[in-house]
Ligand binder design. Structure first.
Ligand code: EPZ
Length: 420
C-alpha cells in the first residue's frame, strides 16, 4: 500500500502547469462511443479514473491506444454494450456510458457506478431523463437494462442541474432522431467542453452554459481530434496550497473565469493574485484573514470539489469560517483527519464551523476520497513535523504527478511503499 510522507513547513516557489480536466476527459471518453471512427484526445493525464475508463471502453470492444500522452480511441470496432460491475464500480463516470450506448447500440446493460464515497449519489435523474427520450429501462440486480430502439428527441426539465445527468442526456440525444431540449441543465465548464468535442465530430448541440441546451439528432459522428480544458479543481487546489504554505508560484494553463468563486474568496483573505492571460501568479506570506462563509453551489457558485481544500486553508487562517456543503450529504470525511492535525472544526450534518489555529501538527491520517485526500496533503505541507497519508489511491484518481509537482515547488513530499 502506498502512502505520502510529508515533512511540513516549506514555502512554495516556482512554476506549475495545470493538466487537462479529469471531469471533462471522462465524459468525452464516453462520448467517443458515439463516433464511428478515430478520436484523438490530446494531453490526457493517466489519472487512475482515466485508466479505469479505458478498461470499460476496451471491454466494449473499442480500441484504445496511448500515443505518447495522446489517447487514440476508435469505436468502429465496438462489439457489445455491457459495462460489468467489476469495471463500473471503479468510478462514477461509468454511468456516462449509458446514454452513448443507447444512442449508438440501441441497448445497454450497465452496472451501477462507483465513485468517491461522498453521499448516496443516486442516478434517478439519469434514468428518468433517458425514459423521457423513449428508452425502456429496467433496474435489476444492480444493473440497468436499457433498450433504445424507439428513442425520440424530447423536452427534459431537470429538477436539479445534475452534471452527470446533463452529460448523459446530451450524449443520448446526439444520434437520436428529432430535437432534444434540456431545461435547467448543469452549466459547468465541462458541459461546454463536451458540447464542443461532440460538435467537432459533427454533432449539432448548442446552449451549453445557458438555461437550455438543444441537441438536434444526426445520423453519425466522424473522426476528430480534441484537447480538453484545463482542470479548474487542480488549479484551485494548487492556488490554495500556496495560500496556505506561503511563497510565490506562477500557475500556467489557468482559466480565471472557471474559478471566479474561489478567486473572489482568496482576494478577501490578503493573498496577492496577479492574472495575465492564462497565467496566475499567487503570492502569500503567513497567516491569512478569515475565509468567512463558504456555501458550495452549482457552477458558477463555489465548487463542492474545492470545499475540503478550502477547509484546510481555513483551519490555519485567522478567525472563524463557516462551511455549508449543499451538493453532497457526506463530504466531510476529511474533518476528523484534519482534527488529528490540531484543526479546530465542529460539524453537524451539512455545516462546519472552523476556528483557525496558529499551527497544524503532523500526524498519521487517512484519505477517504479524492478531494478530501488533497486537503490532507495541503495540511501536511503546512504542518509542523511529519505527516503520513494513507489511502492515496483516492488522490491518484484526479491528480497526476502530484508529489513531483509539489516537490518541484520546494515541498518535502515523497510517495512511499508501505511494507505490510
Ligand atoms: C460530477 O459528479 C463530478 N464528477 C463531481 O466531481 C462533482 O462534485 C459533481 O459533478 C458536482 O459538480 C464527474 O464529473 C466525474 P451531480 P456527478 O450529478 O455528475 C444528486 C470529483 O471530486 N443527484 O451534479 O455525480 C447527487 O447525489 C467529483 O472530481 C441525484 O440525486 O454530480 C448530488 O447530491 C466528486 N440524482 C447532486 O445531485 C441523480 O440522478 C450533484 O450530483 C444525479 C445526481
Amino acid at each position: 500500500m502506498q502512502k505520502f510522507f510529508i515533512n511540513g513547513g516549506k514555502r512554495l516557489y516556482g512554476k506549475i502547469k495545470v493538466d487537462c480536466a479529469k471531469n471533462a476527459i471522462l465524459p468525452i471518453m464516453a462520448g467517443a462511443i458515439l463516433v464511428n471512427g478515430e478520436v484523438i484526445l490530446e494531453n490526457v493525464p493517466p489519472y487512475s479514473d482515466v485508466l479505469n475508463m479505458i478498461e470499460i471502453l476496451k471491454n466494449l470492444g473499442i480500441s484504445v491506444l496511448w500515443q505518447e500522452n495522446n489517447l487514440i480511441i476508435n469505436a468502429r470496432s465496438i462489439i457489445n454494450s455491457i459495462v460489468p460491475s467489476l469495471l463500473a464500480s471503479t468510478l462514477r463516470s461509468s454511468v456516462f456510458c449509458l446514454g452513448p450506448l443507447l444512442a449508438r447500440m440501441k441497448s445497454a446493460k450497465v452496472a451501477y457506478p462507483g465513485g468517491c464515497d461522498i453521499g448516496l449519489r443516486p442516478i434517478d435523474m439519469h434514468i428518468s431523463s433517458l425514459r423521457l427520450l423513449g428508452a425502456k429501462i429496467v433496474e435489476k440486480n444492480g444493473y440497468i437494462y436499457a433498450n433504445g430502439e424507439n428513442m425520440q428527441g424530447s423536452d427534459i426539465i431537470l429538477d436539479f442541474p445534475s452534471v452527470g445527468a446533463t452529460e448523459n442526456i446530451i450524449m443520448a440525444g446526439v444520434l437520436t432522431e428529432g430535437i432534444t431540449r434540456i431545461f435547467n441543465p448543469a452549466k459547468e465548464p465541462e458541459i461546454e467542453d463536451l458540447q464542443n468535442f461532440l460538435n467537432s465530430a459533427g454533432a449539432k448541440i448548442e446552449g451549453a452554459g445557458t438555461n437550455m441546451i438543444t441537441i438536434e439528432g444526426v445520423k453519425k459522428l466522424c473522426s476528430t481530434k480534441y484537447k480538453t480544458i484545463p482542470d479548474r479543481i487542480t488549479a484551485g487546489s494548487y492556488l490554495l496550497a500556496v495560500a496556505m504554505c506561503g511563497g510565490e508560484v506562477e500557475i500556467d494553463n489557468f482559466i480565471a473565469h472557471h474559478n471566479h468563486a474561489l478567486l473572489s474568496k482568496l482576494a478577501q483573505s490578503a493573498c496577492q493574485l496577479d492574472i495575465e492571460g492564462d497565467k496566475i501568479k499567487v503570492k502569500a506570506k503567513g497567516r491569512l484573514e478569515s475565509i468567512g462563509e463558504i456555501e458550495t453551489a452549482v457552477y458558477p457558485g463555489f465548487p463542492t470539489d474545492l470545499q475540503p481544500q478550502m477547509m484546510a486553508l481555513a483551519s490555519i487562517s485567522k478567525g472563524y469560517s463557516l462551511f455549508v456543503e449543499n451538493l453532497f450529504e457526506s463530504r466531510f470525511h476529511h474533518v476528523p483527519e484534519l482534527i488529528k492535525m490540531n484543526a479546530d472544526i465542529r460539524f453537524k450534518s451539512k455545516v462546519c464551523v472552523v476556528s483557525g489555529r496558529e499551527k497544524l501538527y503532523g500526524a498519521e491520517v487517512n484519505a477517504h476520497d479524492l478531494r478530501g485526500g488533497m486537503a490532507l496533503v495541503m495540511a501536511g505541507l503546512v504542518a509542523e513535523g511529519y505527516t503520513t497519508i494513507s489511502g492515496i489511491n483516492f488522490i491518484d484518481r484526479g491528480y497526476y504527478h502530484l508529489e513531483e509537482n509539489l516537490a518541484m515547488l520546494g515541498a518535502d513530499i515523497k510517495r512511499m511503499e508501505e511494507v505490510d
